[in-house]
Design a protein around this ligand. Structure first.
Ligand SMILES: [Mg+2]
Length: 504
């Protein structure tokens, strides 16, 4: 890390001072990097500064992972198909994602967070909640800590972030969004950088916001509420509770009603380890064939399980994710009674989860993630957090390795479909139960062999040994993260020569 040049307060937290008890006087920060992936690309290649840069798959089927504010002026945003982005901003410079660089910068960022408070809950590579209630005595009040973090991020990373300060995660998250720079057709306005929502101004801040600002209000819930004539958060708060519950279901309705009144008691849960390990790929053309899909799935399982064991972890929960040709997304999860780390065991469950999915249309993206980690030797549960909250509709996550990626249903709408996996087909439950038993058996028989395989791979390379069924013509190799993450790149990416770059 670089030298600190700013004069801010000393950035050192005292773990013993951390409190996470009462909620009325909590001070929570939400820190979110500005256009993170794109900013790292500009940092590494200053000739990109001031240009509409898009990180993502430049090919016909690629997706925008992130873009600079110069690109946002044209209406480009994350999760948009690259073909649409190119139409909106023909002069955009497409850059392939370099996941390892984002991880490097993210590690520096998290080191800064950890120096402020032990209560850091990472949401993604570039975003975290910090409970700084116990840090104030040493470091000053919430706004001072927020300002100091921003200075230090500039000094250490050369990048900018926005920080929201409030009494709850909800307020902090909404405030950081307001603190962001704004890109419109007429220009880019710098953001406030830090926005504070004092306790007695929460409702005045919250109620004018559009309903989509709330967690869990995705496109589906949004349309349902719009149909009721509800446009703002304040209008949700004004609805009779029964109405909301009738339209959205009891749990989701009550949850949303509470949020609309600014009630959010969720604590910041410190995580010192990743919450999931996994891999996902977008295919060059949609896949229909179940055998092909299973082969791809087992290859990803093998890579993810190797990664898992390399981290000296085992996982209880296995999640398979599919995105279909129409962009609809489904996830299917299963949790084992005891954690597993053998590829064969994980593969058995993953394959059964895949078999439980109706393939009514072609599959565009397939992924697997492993979570609910335990140390295989101790058997202690480290994390079971698969919460579907914290969803940020403005950022495409780099992979399934984030807490919001799993547990969401077909409509990608946290509230409406956050429940347990729904299995299809008359005997899907039976098949899964059989896979569960088989996985327990495979874990027992492969557990020690796996260690030997990993040792051989470490010595001779990742493709040297693999279960026979996984070996295709190219061996059981896995593409590096970033290569297939956001869809294949175009064979000859157009517009990447920098000749006709962005003017409005
Ligand atoms: Mg961000």
């Amino acid at each position: 890390m670089g030298e600190r040049s700013g004069a801010g307060p000393a950035m050192r937290g005292d773990p013993s001072a951390a409190t996470n008890g009462g909620t009325a006087d909590r001070v929570i920060l939400h820190v979110d990097m500005d256009a993170f992936f794109a900013s790292v690309e500009v940092l590494d290649d200053p000739s990109l500064a001031g240009l509409p840069v898009i990180v993502g798959g430049s090919g016909r089927r690629g997706v925008v992972a992130a873009c600079t504010y110069e690109a946002r002026r044209f209406g480009v945003h994350s999760a948009m198909p690259s073909s649409v982005a190119r139409r909106l901003c023909p002069a955009a410079v497409f850059v392939d994602g370099r996941y390892h660089r984002y991880v490097e910068e993210s590690a520096k960022l998290h080191a800064i967070f950890e120096s402020v408070t032990p209560l850091v809950e990472g949401i993604s590579l570039d975003e975290a909640f910090l409970d700084v209630t116990g840090s104030q005595q040493l470091l000053g009040d919430g706004p001072s800590i927020a300002a100091a973090i921003r200075r230090r991020v500039v000094d250490d990373l050369g990048l900018t972030c926005s920080v929201g300060v409030g009494r709850s995660k909800l307020m902090a998250k909404l405030a950081s969004k307001v603190a962001k720079p704004k890109a419109t057709a007429s220009g880019i306005e710098p953001g406030a950088g830090v926005v504070v929502v004092p306790g007695d101004e929460e409702l005045a801040f919250l109620h004018p916001l559009p309903i989509r600002a709330l967690w869990g209000v995705g496109p589906v819930t949004g349309r349902r509420l719009n149909a009721l004539g509800v446009q703002t958060v304040g209008e949700i708060a004004a609805l009779p509770p029964r109405t909301l519950e009738r339209y959205l279901g009891a749990a989701a309705g009550a949850h949303l009603a509470a949020l609309s009144r600014g009630e959010d008691l969720r604590p910041v849960v410190a995580d010192h380890a990743a919450k999931s390990i996994g891999h996902e790929e977008t295919f060059a053309s949609d896949l229909w064939n179940r055998d092909d899909l299973r082969r791809h799935l087992l290859r990803m399982v093998d890579a993810s399980a190797t990664n898992l064991r390399g981290s000296r972890l085992a996982a209880r929960t296995i999640t398979v994710k599919l995105r279909f040709a129409d962009f609809s997304l489904i996830t299917r999860s299963h949790s084992m009674a005891a954690p597993v780390d053998a590829s064969q065991a994980i593969g058995a469950v993953a394959a059964a989860l895949l078999d439980s999915v109706e393939l009514a249309q072609g599959v565009r993206l397939l992924g697997v993630s492993l979570s609910g980690f335990a140390d295989p030797e101790v058997g202690t549960q480290l994390s079971l957090d698969l919460g579907g909250d914290g969803a940020d509709r403005n950022d495409v996550r780099p992979g399934p390795g984030h807490p919001g990626a799993t547990g969401r249903g077909p409509d990608h709408d946290g509230v409406a479909a956050g429940g347990p996996s729904r299995l299809e087909g008359p005997d899907a439950e039976d098949r899964l139960a059989r896979a569960h038993e088989e996985a327990e058996r495979l874990q027992e028989s492969w557990g020690s062999v796996t260690t030997a395989i990993d040792a051989i791979r470490a010595r001779y390379g990742g493709t040297s040994v693999g279960p026979a069924s996984l070996v295709g013509s190219g061996g059981p190799g896995i593409r590096r993260r970033g290569e297939a993450q956001w869809g294949p790149a175009a064979p000859n990416p157009p517009e990447s020569d920098g000749e006709s770059r962005g003017t409005l």
